[in-house]
Design a protein. Structure first.
Ligand SMILES: N[C@@H](CCC(=O)N[C@@H](CS)C(=O)NCC(=O)O)C(=O)O
Length: 341
């Protein structure tokens, strides 16, 4: 025993790294590999984040996270089973094992990260809650919404924030609560409530689905912090690390100027940071149970974070959301990924 410990210690001293823990028999990675597909919980349909086209092909920022993880594991981004989930269903689906990754505009909060049994792995979109109203109401600020009826989806942080906001401002409101998004939108469209509230990004996307989008405005107040990101079940640090580092790899790729287009050229780069990220140097896949081209495969599948953002919700998309807080830290935003070394 002592001899074994000494040998392990020697290995650590030589390499500077402890050997990667062997993959537990019931690990999520093994389950996903045995199944041959990543079961990924997504939104039922919000343009830009996750939505199917008429042929059933899913796209969006959240969908790209599923694709990037599948590419890192299988070298094939198409090996994803998309499971559309309402806000209410999403955590049970993860806890029961129906899905292995939740990538569905989900806010990282303390109770979800602790008692709800989830582990959040990062922030793929910095958001905040807002209000949308019909211009006809003539309202210019959320402070004028006293006594308004507000359409909101159940099982969301949205429902709680709106209660906090009105209480804090000494105003009353009438919640009109639905479980499904289409019925929430239909109620707002039909004038059954004065206000639609959700994360601001989702308001822009919902507005596009309304009869006359230009008849509606998003009020200037942002009433909460909604750090949206992927989550996994608690208790499998290897799987959490895979999802965490796949996203960090996409952010680091943007910082290093690696795109889906120049990726192959970049594998010849002399820059040690690029060489490590793309698996040309070091053994960074080993620590998370993947091959050393894990990040290369993820970037090849969805591009770097900036490409993902632009294609799905930014300049190249219908939503045209500016990078704002989602710009890289060096450009004045909040997106920052620890280094691969
Ligand atoms: N980020 C908030 C809200 C997320 C949320 O579920 N928003 C609704 C309203 S836009 C939604 O995405 N609905 C789509 C669906 O049910 O599939 C949370 O994590 O609770």
């Amino acid at each position: 025993m002592i001899r074994m410990l000494k040998a392990m210690l020697a290995a650590v001293l030589v390499t500077g790294l402890a050997a990667a823990p062997a993959m537990a028999a019931d690990s999520t990675l093994k389950k996903v590999k045995d199944l041959g597909k990543l079961s990924c919980g997504v939104n039922t349909g919000i343009a830009g984040f996750s939505a199917p086209d008429d042929k059933g092909n899913w796209s969006g920022l959240d969908v790209d996270v599923c694709k990037a993880v599948a590419a890192a594991v299988f070298k094939d981004a198409s090996q994803v089973k998309y499971v559309p989930l309402t806000a209410k269903e999403r955590f049970t689906a993860l806890q029961s094992g129906e899905i292995d990754l939740l990538s569905r505009n989900t806010t990282w909060t303390m109770s979800r990260d602790t008692s709800a049994g989830l582990t959040f792995t990062g922030i793929t979109y910095f958001d905040g809650q807002g209000f949308m109203v019909n211009k006809e109401l003539g309202v210019k600020s959320a402070k004028e919404l006293s006594e308004a009826s507000i359409c909101v989806q159940t099982g969301t942080t949205t429902e709680l924030n709106v209660a906090d906001y009105f209480r804090q401002n000494g105003m009353n409101y009438k919640p009109v609560v639905f479980e499904k998004l289409p019925e929430t939108i239909a109620a707002y469209n039909a004038g059954r409530c004065d206000v639609f509230t959700s994360d601001a990004s989702q308001l822009y996307s919902v507005r596009l689905t309304l009869g006359k989008p230009d008849d509606h405005i998003v009020l200037p107040e942002v009433i909460s912090k909604e750090p949206l990101g992927p989550a996994v079940r608690q208790g499998d640090p290897q799987w959490a690390n895979i999802v965490r580092w796949v996203f960090f790899a996409l952010v680091n790729a943007e910082e290093l100027g690696i795109t889906s287009k120049n990726l192959d050229e970049m594998t010849k780069s002399e820059n040690p940071e690029i060489r490590r990220l793309l698996g040309q140097e070091g053994d960074y896949g080993v620590g998370i149970g993947l091959e050393n081209d894990w990040a290369y495969q993820a970037i090849k599948a969805v591009g770097n974070y900036g490409e993902m953002f632009s294609r799905n919700v930014g300049a190249e998309s219908r939503l045209k959301i500016s990078r704002g807080q989602n710009a890289l830290w060096r450009d004045g935003g909040l997106q920052y990924a620890p280094p691969i070394r």
